[in-house]
Design a protein around this ligand. Structure first.
Ligand SMILES: NC(=O)c1ccc[n+]([C@@H]2O[C@H](COP(=O)([O-])OP(=O)(O)OC[C@H]3O[C@@H](n4cnc5c(N)ncnc54)[C@H](O)[C@@H]3O)[C@@H](O)[C@H]2O)c1
Length: 293
């Protein structure tokens, strides 16, 4: 078995070299496009580094997951986007479908039977799996009930672990694949009112390390990305407002929240061959938040 993601043999390696050269050649025009704001949902005019790959992205109806689905589709992947919010997912799929190959599936990732059905319907292996779906209710420690903690662990950890294992079987059999778990800087630091969420993301980083070691021999890489503050609906639904946003912004050395497409770009890097020697890593993307004083 070989360790290349979604490609095998010398020919594919040469193809990837050519794509890498094309990617570096396009750096100047990409950054100009970014300044114009033409790049918001994922580098549509960039290189097709994921051409021929099949990718599954969870929680893709909005926010970071939608940006990841957009980015992977823009890079040439055939994307399966899943979410529990059907209407929002349909809108996201329609938007991304204008420039990439994408299908939407309404699936609760914590429902093991539904996930098994999703994987069976796909048939062959996914080359890329992005475990992005999560919940993040704001609950003061004194109010936290065992059921609250269980529910957050069920969606944020259990679902990602079993989806990685089940999708991982076909990846391992094929000898290739890349799994990216969307964790958080909250895995590394303690944020008040968020113990349940922080613990879930720390568990996801730990699961990432173990899966990476378990799957490395079969050519499957497993990494995590740890985003910092990224303003999406998850904040508003969690009960955080503009005051909180200003307070958090003040602590970020880059002095702004991330845009979802900035997280998606790093996920795409970990998903593809540019990260062919990266496994078991938790890549922090936080504008300097966790290294500041
Ligand atoms: N926004 C941030 O500041 C931030 C920071 C660090 C990490 N993250 C992580 O990034 C990821 C995306 O966050 P976001 O800010 O885009 O959140 P979001 O709430 O905007 O998006 C999450 C999506 O997941 C879906 N989802 C939730 N439970 C699901 C389930 N059981 N099955 C299928 N889909 C489900 C939701 O419907 C939603 O569309 C999450 O893992 C989150 O923990 C976010």
């Amino acid at each position: 078995m070989n360790g290349m993601d979604g490609a095998s043999g010398t020919e594919a390696a040469q193809d990837m070299d050519a794509m890498d050269r094309a990617a570096s050649d396009s750096t100047a025009s990409d950054s100009t496009a970014k300044e114009r704001g033409a790049d918001e949902t994922g580098g549509r005019s960039g290189p097709k580094r994921l051409a021929g790959r099949a990718a599954l992205v969870t929680g893709a109806a909005r926010g970071i997951g939608k940006a990841v689905a957009a980015r992977l589709a823009a890079e040439g992947a055939r994307v399966t986007a899943c979410d529990v919010q059907g209407d929002l997912l349909a809108a996201a799929v329609a938007e991304i479908g204008a420039y990439g190959e994408i299908e939407g599936r309404v699936v609760d990732v914590a429902d093991h039977a539904a996930v098994a059905e999703l994987l069976a319907a796909h048939g062959g292996p996914y080359d890329v799996l992005v475990n992005n779906a999560a919940i993040a209710p704001r609950i003061a420690l004194d109010e936290l009930r065992p059921d609250d903690l269980r529910e957050v662990l069920r969606v944020n950890v259990e679902a990602a672990v079993f989806l990685s294992r089940e999708a991982g079987r076909a990846m391992r059999a094929a000898g290739r694949g890349s799994i990216v778990n969307v964790a958080s800087v909250n895995a590394l630091r303690g944020q008040p009112d968020m113990l349940h969420y922080n613990a879930s993301k720390a568990a996801l980083v730990s699961a990432t390390q173990t899966l990476a070691v378990e799957y490395a021999g079969d050519g499957v890489r497993v990494n995590a990305v740890c985003p910092g503050s990224t303003w999406t609906e998850i904040w508003e639904e969690g009960g955080w407002g503009e005051e909180d946003r200003a307070r958090f912004t003040g602590r970020i050395p880059l002095r702004r929240f991330a845009r979802p497409d900035e997280i998606a770009a790093v996920v795409a890097f970990l998903a593809g061959n540019d990260a062919s020697y990266v496994t078991g890593h938790a890549l922090v993307v936080d504008g300097g938040l966790t290294v500041g004083m």
